[in-house]
Design a protein around this ligand. Structure first.
Ligand SMILES: Cc1cc2nc3c(=O)[nH]c(=O)nc-3n(C[C@H](O)[C@H](O)[C@H](O)COP(=O)(O)OP(=O)(O)OC[C@H]3O[C@@H](n4cnc5c(N)ncnc54)[C@H](O)[C@@H]3O)c2cc1C
Length: 417
């Protein structure tokens, strides 16, 4: 496969590099000790919604200035049409934009709104919903969170129980919402939530009784409690709804057809180029360190050969991951909707994240236990990655579910009964 840029793509890549060099606010340094991201770096822009509201004026102003710079080019939501604040980029241009931002180690902005909700509203929303909600996302002024999972509904999402009862007619009525969501990434920093609710408790199959609603997070009856993870960070939360009133005008798609709207949102998970670049950077830092005078001290004669083999394997796997990402994007560019290929990509990337963390940690022996970045070799990047990557095989759909999709939809193996 030849992934070389065309002359137009090479020119666009240069344009992105120059933009980042000239416009990224120098004062906007992420705080490594206040890391929210679950990726080796901030691929999905986990830190930005936190930075934009934080007390440190340098970080807060930096986050806002960076959002304003990106918004000026339509690059917060690069793939949206210009009329809603996007840049109308092709999937390949968007891939290059993300790749270059990751290579330059600058955060992406407003990922959940721009990459999950935006395309969903473009496909299923009304003109009013698009006009009201898309431009503020593209300007980086309003952030969103995704409220799908519940304590009893993760892999089996269709069994969700958060209830919404409508009074009045389908167009002008109001829903009253009661129930609980969990693991809502960045929900405590979000202005708005897109949630799945049950509107028909007797529906069979159950996914036919689900509706997709847009909920103002400041509505009376919404209670948000951050959840602290094993790293001591709180990248997600649980959300309680008690008698929350939501206008029917905030329903996306038809009542009881929200499952199909949600599937659109989930299909917009990106090709994973950001994570690949970050894995590449982490591995090359490890190699550079182990070749340095300081790093050589960690190499033991009895483990050196095994470590070398392991690093070579990770290098090869990162190349495979890059090719998978390019393949997915080239399929999208040709008009195909990634099906089981997205599961191959997601599963391989998630398990690679865990293997890479373990390779890096094993290089440092007992020192891999050091959590404080300033005391540890390589700023404890692999120690943190070991904790961060635990969630990788869950957060975008559990590994077993991805394998099921590959087996049944990719390989046409029979479903078990
Ligand atoms: C960091 C993080 C961020 C998240 N962010 C969000 C968010 O923003 N919004 C949101 O809505 N959700 C979010 N989630 C939730 C995520 O979507 C769920 O964790 C995921 O869908 C798995 O569901 P579960 O946790 O309930 O596990 P379960 O579905 O209970 O699975 C538990 C175990 O059982 C296995 N299992 C389940 N069903 C099967 C089966 N049919 N066959 C074989 N094995 C099976 C699973 O593979 C897994 O090992 C997030 C999760 C994490 C970890």
């Amino acid at each position: 496969m030849n992934w070389a840029d065309t002359p137009e793509q090479a020119a666009f890549r240069e344009e992105v590099r120059a933009f980042v060099r000239d416009r990224f606010p120098r004062a906007y340094a992420p705080d490594p000790e206040a890391e929210q991201s679950l990726e080796p770096e901030d691929v999905w822009g986990y830190n930005w919604p936190v930075d934009r509201l934080c007390d440190d004026p340098a970080r807060r102003d930096g986050a806002r200035a960076w959002a304003a710079a990106l918004a000026g080019r339509g690059w917060i939501a690069p793939h949206w049409p210009a009329e809603y604040g996007g840049a109308g980029l092709s999937v390949l241009e968007e891939f290059i934009l993300q790749e270059e931002m990751m290579r330059a180690r600058v955060p992406t902005v407003n990922g959940i709104g721009a990459f999950l909700l935006g395309p969903t509203l473009l496909e299923h929303g009304t003109d009013e919903q698009r006009a009201a909600h898309l431009p503020p996302i593209a300007r980086g002024e309003v952030t969103w969170a995704q409220g799908f999972s519940e304590p009893g509904a993760g892999s089996d999402l269709a069994s969700l129980r958060t209830r919404a009862v409508r009074e009045g007619d389908e167009a002008t009525g109001t829903y009253t919402v009661d129930g609980q969501k969990v693991w809502t990434s960045l929900g405590q920093y979000a202005d708005w939530l897109f949630v799945l609710v049950r509107t028909d408790p007797g529906a069979s199959p159950p996914h036919r009784g689900i509706t997709f609603l847009l909920v103002d997070a400041a509505s009376p009856g919404v209670t948000i409690r951050p959840i602290t993870d094993l790293r001591g960070a709180a990248p997600f939360c649980e959300i309680f709804f008690e008698g929350v009133r939501v206008p029917a005008a905030n329903r996306v798609g038809e009542e009881n057809r929200g499952w199909y709207v949600a599937m659109t949102a989930l299909s917009f998970e990106r090709a994973g180029i950001g994570a690949t670049v970050k894995y590449e950077q982490a591995l090359s830092e490890l190699v550079g360190y182990l070749r340095s005078d300081e790093g050589r001290g960690f190499l033991r004669d009895d483990t050196r050969a095994a470590l070398r083999q392991e690093i070579a394997r990770r290098h090869t796997e990162i190349r495979v991951q890059y090719n998978l990402a390019r393949y997915t994007v080239s399929r999208q560019a040709a008009g195909a909707v990634p099906g089981y290929e997205a599961s191959v990509n997601q599963l391989f990337g998630a398990e690679l994240h865990q293997r890479l963390a373990s390779t890096g940690a094993s290089a440092f022996g007992r020192n891999a236990q050091l959590w404080q970045r300033r005391d540890a070799p390589l700023g404890a990047v692999f120690t943190h990655m070991s904790r961060d990557s635990v969630a990788s095989t869950f957060l975008g759909g559990a590994a077993e579910i991805q394998r099921d999709v590959i087996a049944t939809r990719g390989l046409n193996l029979p479903r078990s009964r």
